[in-house]
Design a protein around this ligand. Structure first.
Ligand code: PLP
Length: 404
């Protein structure tokens, strides 16, 4: 008997955990040790959960056993709503907060509740690919607007404008950005808000890296500029508190909800179909939100993330044919590779070749819905000694590499 997958999954991909990662698993089973730079999973690189979170976890271990209400525990939603208000998100009350099994679940619910078949969503290129996958799974069409490497990877507003059609329902901004590490200035965000206002679009703002800012980067929440529009803000603790495995995320409905009753009803239905999010994960959120110091400590000079970013950026700059825009937040770099110099026509093959020869797992740029085979993404989470090894192996590998 042949059992096929549903046609709904035909174009759905999530390459960060796809065939290249499977090949890394296969190599590991043969006894090879692989340095995995494909997912932003801080605890896997020795970033511990902060004591604030662990204390809270033991405090609530017993009381977080039952299901919670669909949207989450009231005290947790109150803490999130207060936090949202404190960062300037307009018109957010307890009822507007939904806790999720990571931001990932909130992304799927928010898209599924909105899109009819072939409705369009404007998504960045490069993107965090779960957004494209979830749009397709919801029956929608992912339309990618360009982010411009020459302009610090800022979204190209003219391109965004050109791609709006009568079927466009929403625009997504990922800020700070994965994979580029860009942090957007106010004028740019204002231009996105103006477009959404003109074309009556929902705004999605994935701001999961908003506490991982470096240098003098300032984060401006998109919703804070759009009190008269309907914005969904997405956030969570996977990155800021290094607890990806707890699956602690949320979304907040912000701004003017007067016309969004039908959509919110759809969100409520989908949220109730998953009963509730992991309650143990929810229970640590208030303590984590009160603890901004542990995140900050990593991002300032002397902090692990800050120093690892500095090293990686400098080292990439010394490898012939590589260039990279310095990220100002987050965990990632998205370097450009001179495809002419190395005869590269397929970035997936490049990443596979590097994996097989040097046992380091990168992610190819096209996995982020970037159209050209000329980028890859790496996480700069490994400790310094390991990063030094990675850069040495990459330099060595490229010195002898020609794909075609
Ligand atoms: N959004 C962005 C931009 C991400 O990079 C990630 C994870 O890497 C997520 C959402 C999902 O995070 P989680 O489901 O762990 O909250």
């Amino acid at each position: 008997m042949q059992i096929d997958k549903t046609r709904k999954l035909q174009n759905v991909r999530y390459d960060l955990r796809g065939p290249i990662s499977d090949e890394a698993d296969r190599l590991e089973r043969t006894g090879v040790s692989i340095i995995r730079l494909n997912t932003g999973n801080p605890a896997a690189f020795g970033f511990p959960a902060p004591p604030s979170v662990l204390d809270s976890l033991s405090e609530f271990a017993d009381t977080s056993v039952p299901y919670s209400g669909t949207k989450g525990l009231p005290a947790v939603r109150e803490a999130i709503a207060a936090y949202c208000t404190s960062i300037g998100l307009p018109n957010v009350g307890v009822d507007d907060i939904y806790t999720g099994n990571g931001v990932s679940e909130m992304i799927k619910i928010s898209l599924q509740a909105l899109l009819n078949n072939d409705d369009e969503v404007l998504l960045p290129s490069p993107d965090y690919p779960l957004w494209t996958a979830a749009t397709l799974l919801a029956g929608g069409k992912a339309v990618h607007y360009m982010c411009d490497e020459q302009s610090d990877w800022y979204p190209d507003i003219e391109d965004m404008k050109r791609k709006i059609t009568p079927r466009t329902r929403a625009i997504l901004i990922i800020n700070p950005n994965n994979p580029t590490g860009a942090v957007y200035p106010k004028e740019l965000l204002q231009a996105v808000v103006d477009l959404a206002r003109e074309h009556e679009l929902v705004l999605f703002s994935d701001e999961i890296y908003d506490r991982l800012l470096m240098d003098d980067a300032e984060h401006i929440p998109l919703a804070s500029l759009a009190p008269d529009l309907f914005t969904i803000h997405f956030n969570g603790l996977s990155k800021s508190h290094q607890i990806c495995g707890y699956r602690a995320g949320w979304m907040a409905l912000c701004g003017d909800k007067s016309g969004a009753g039908g959509y919110i009803e759809g969100i409520n239905t989908l949220a109730s179909l998953r009963l509730c999010s992991n309650v143990t994960g929810q229970s640590v959120i208030p303590a984590a939100l009160a603890d901004t110091a542990s995140t900050r400590a990593n991002c300032v000079p002397g902090g692990r993330l800050y120093e690892q970013r500095a090293y990686t950026y400098d080292a990439l700059g010394t490898i012939p044919g590589l260039s990279v825009v310095k990220p100002r937040a987050g965990l990632y770099m998205f370097p450009k590779i001179d495809t002419g110099m190395y005869g590269i026509t397929d970035d997936e093959t490049f990443v596979l070749d590097f994996l097989r020869e040097k046992h380091v797992l990168l992610s190819h740029g096209r996995g982020f819905n970037w159209k050209q085979p000329d980028h890859f993404r790496l996480v700069y989470l490994p400790c310094m000694e390991e990063l030094i090894q990675v850069m040495d192996r990459l330099r060595d590998f490229l010195a002898g590499y020609r794909q075609t």
